[in-house]
Design a protein around this ligand. Structure first.
Ligand code: GLA
Length: 452
């Protein structure tokens, strides 16, 4: 391939898109879903066998080809969402008013709000198990004694935004009421409570292979029509509500997500391990072209602070999410954050790259003489355009390494001298190339601008 081009995982210069879904199904590991996962893996194996027979003559179920009459034009999510979500730290346990207000205070006292983290999102398990007699969603009174609105009001008074979680199917993944058939009513309820961000999950939706399983392992699952219904319901609810789609990359959501939501999860749930985040990032590299102001690939909530990653890996986790233009939602106990983790999260230059107005995601580039990317494996060399320069990410994905490249090999740059600054070390320089000795799984992120 020529230098100065993006590289796909097959090594061809094609602006980076890997045209297939290849995240291992086995990475769906949220605590709540571990049991369902084991069950569903059996279905998945059966599906693999069945789909070999079915693929050629597969008839799309009704709704699968729902014509797009509308784009999502809600004016929100012009840059990736920054904030907090309680799920990765204990699942259901912190979906309470008390916990939410503690998080709100910590976002402020730790300086995270000032750094840009504005959304405080509560995930599954906030609701009562049954709707009320008029069919409305109700908050669990033992968890939200004064209801959701009272908390949302307080959160707003603190200068933050408040998000909630629900589901496109008949139940949420943890078994609380889903919005299927109640979309308009639920969107109005959310608006009346002052909700700013809605995460719409995909458990208990009909599956192309039949039934309404907790998770449909058929990547042709029928999600589009349900997300269109919720998109319309939110649009008519009378309040701007960011629409965060969570159907784990089914139906190649990255190819159509921007017409439906402000972000779309492109993978199964992230686990608290290096291999999980590396796998997600490797797949995100193939979807970079779909990120744009108003709609972004969502690589899932952060695991930093949760004990499964060392400091180098935490740097790479946030660094990769930032340059891939993913929403960055902190998912750990803020009262126990290490200073090193906090420093990574508050890194101004890195957040500025994630929030760059151009909204273009970085992907792989292949410096001359380096091996080609391999599908599904995290590649060390990343680059992407910024409104005022270019970002380059170097990640020591396979152990300690000296990573080097010439600026002439980077898409958007060329021969001649360039100014660079590195966001984690604060080092700066001017020249025609960079070489960095990195510890295993560590990352450097360079902002590169024309030398004057
Ligand atoms: C799914 C989602 C997670 C989380 C849980 C809650 O697994 O992908 O992010 O919201 O449901 O049950």
């Amino acid at each position: 391939m020529n230098s100065g081009e993006y590289a796909s995982a097959t090594g061809q210069a094609d602006n980076g898109y890997i045209c297939r879904w290849n995240v291992a199904e086995s990475s769906f590991l949220s605590p709540q879903n571990a049991k369902a996962h084991r069950k569903s893996m059996k279905h998945f194996v059966l599906f693999i066998a069945a789909s070999a027979i079915q693929n050629a003559g597969y008839a799309a179920p009704t709704g699968q080809d729902e014509p797009l009459t509308k784009r999502l034009e809600n004016g929100l999510g012009r840059t990736p969402a920054l904030g907090y979500n309680n799920w990765n730290n204990g699942g259901c346990t912190h979906a309470t008013a008390d916990a939410a207000l503690k998080v709100a205070n910590l976002l402020i006292s730790l300086g995270l709000k000032d750094a840009g983290y504005q959304y405080l999102n509560i995930d599954d398990c906030w609701a009562s198990k049954a709707r009320n007699s008029t069919g409305h969603l109700v908050a669990d009174p033992s968890k939200w004694p004064q209801g959701i609105k009272a908390v949302a009001d307080k959160v707003h008074d603190m200068g933050l935004k408040f998000g909630l979680y629900g589901d496109a199917g008949i139940m949420t993944c943890a078994g609380y009421p889903g919005s299927q058939g109640h979309e308009v009513q639920d969107a109005k309820t959310l608006a009346s409570w002052g909700i700013d961000y809605w995460k719409h999950d995909a458990c208990y939706l009909p599956c192309a292979t039949g039934g309404t399983p907790p998770q449909c392992w058929d990547s042709r699952s029928i999600t589009k029509e349900y997300y269109a219904t919720m998109r319309e319901a939110l649009a008519g609810a009378g309040r701007p509500i960011l629409f965060s789609m969570c159907q784990w990359g089914r139906d190649s959501v990255w190819t159509w997500g921007k017409d439906y939501g402000n972000s779309w999860r492109m993978s199964n749930d992230i686990a608290n391990t290096w291999s999980s985040l590396a796998e997600i990032a490797a797949n995100a590299a193939g979807m970079a072209q779909y990120a744009a102001p108003g709609g972004f690939n969502d690589l899932d909530m952060l695991q930093v602070g949760n004990g499964g990653l060392n400091e180098n890996e935490e740097r790479a986790h946030v660094g990769l999410w930032a340059i891939a233009k993913s929403p960055i939602l902190i998912g750990t106990d803020l009262s126990k954050l290490k200073q090193s983790t906090l420093n990574i999260l508050k890194n101004k230059a890195l957040i500025a790259i994630n929030q760059d107005s151009l909204g273009k995601a970085a992907t792989y580039f292949r410096p001359s003489g380096k091996p080609a990317p391999v599908n599904g494996r995290l590649y060390p060399y990343w680059a992407g355009p910024l409104s005022d320069g270019v970002v380059v990410g170097l990640v020591a994905s396979d152990g300690a390494a000296t990573l080097a490249f010439n600026f002439a090999d980077v898409p958007g740059l060329g021969s001649g001298s360039w100014n660079w600054s590195e966001v984690f070390t604060g080092t700066t320089g001017t020249g025609t190339s960079i070489s960095a000795a990195l510890a295993s799984h560590d990352m450097r992120v360079y902002k590169i601008t024309k030398a004057t």
